[in-house]
Design a protein around this ligand. Structure first.
Ligand SMILES: O=c1[nH]cnc2c1ncn2[C@@H]1O[C@H](COP(=O)(O)OP(=O)(O)O)[C@@H](O)[C@H]1O
Ligand SMILES: [Mn+2]
Ligand SMILES: [Mn+2]
Ligand SMILES: [Mn+2]
Length: 221
């Protein structure tokens, strides 16, 4: 399936077939598609990926000043983009099984405690040009389990290669109107992970639409 090449020629080596997937696509290339529609035979040859937002609501104040609101887990990826844990669904693999497998590989997700199910599905997008379907899930966990996951992620199989570390997102804006969430949003995001994050924060009432808009308007974005 993948072309093998000696990877010091600057190519993607065995990942060559997936190289174009990682590149930023313009939002006009993707459209929302229902989860059921993605099982239609016309998409059978599409590459599918699934990622998941793991979060835990909390009302701790950072420095006694800023509402932390929730711990939300994202990761610095091997390609320098910020993304959610998850990945490509193998040929013939069931979507949620693939997402659970990727979460085990990337953050050492404990399937005894939590499993991603179809009920955690949030939204799916299709990129007809790249023949790529991106599923997005979200699961709320208790803060204690969230902290356990962060610790366990350091011993994940893909830690240090596909995953360069996980981050908690600062969901507050500091006094200068930029540092915190707006500054975080100036980073590069994989696929449509930035839109997925923003939409989920509103949907799960972690941040309001107005706060998100204010963060996006912050001077440096
Ligand atoms: O957080 C995300 N949300 C949505 N799409 C993403 C995210 N991260 C990566 N993608 C897209 O999905 C593709 C496959 O995901 P990924 O690179 O995580 O696969 P892998 O973990 O199996 O190597 C990426 O090339 C990118 O286009
Ligand atoms: Mn992976
Ligand atoms: Mn991945
Ligand atoms: Mn993978």
């Amino acid at each position: 399936m993948f072309r093998m090449s000696n990877i010091d020629d600057g190519s993607w080596g065995h990942l060559a077939d997936t190289e174009h997937f990682g590149r930023k696509t313009s939002s006009s290339d993707v459209r929302v598609i229902s989860y059921n529609e993605t099982t239609h035979p016309k998409y059978v040859n599409y590459t599918k990926a699934g990622h998941c937002m793991i979060y835990s609501k909390q009302n701790e104040k950072m420095f006694g000043l800023y509402d932390t609101r929730a711990a939300v887990l994202m990761q610095m990826r091997f390609d320098g983009y910020i993304g959610f844990p998850g990945g490509l669904i193998d040929d013939g693999e069931n979507t949620v099984s693939g997402v659970n497998r990727e979460l085990v590989e990337e953050i050492n997700f404990d399937l005894e405690k939590f499993t991603i199910k179809e009920e955690h599905h949030v939204i799916s997008h299709v990129n007809e040009k790249l023949k790529l379907i991106l599923h997005f899930f979200a699961i709320e966990v208790p803060l204690q389990d969230f902290e356990e996951m962060e610790k366990k992620s350091l011993s994940a199989h893909d830690y240090g290669n596909e995953v360069m570390g996980i981050v908690r997102i600062p969901l507050y804006t500091m006094g200068d109107g930029f540092r915190g969430f707006p500054a975080f949003l100036t980073n590069a995001f994989a696929g449509n992970s930035r839109e997925q994050l923003l939409q989920s924060l509103i949907q799960r009432q972690i941040m309001t639409k107005e706060e998100i808009e204010r963060a996006l308007e912050a001077k440096a974005i």
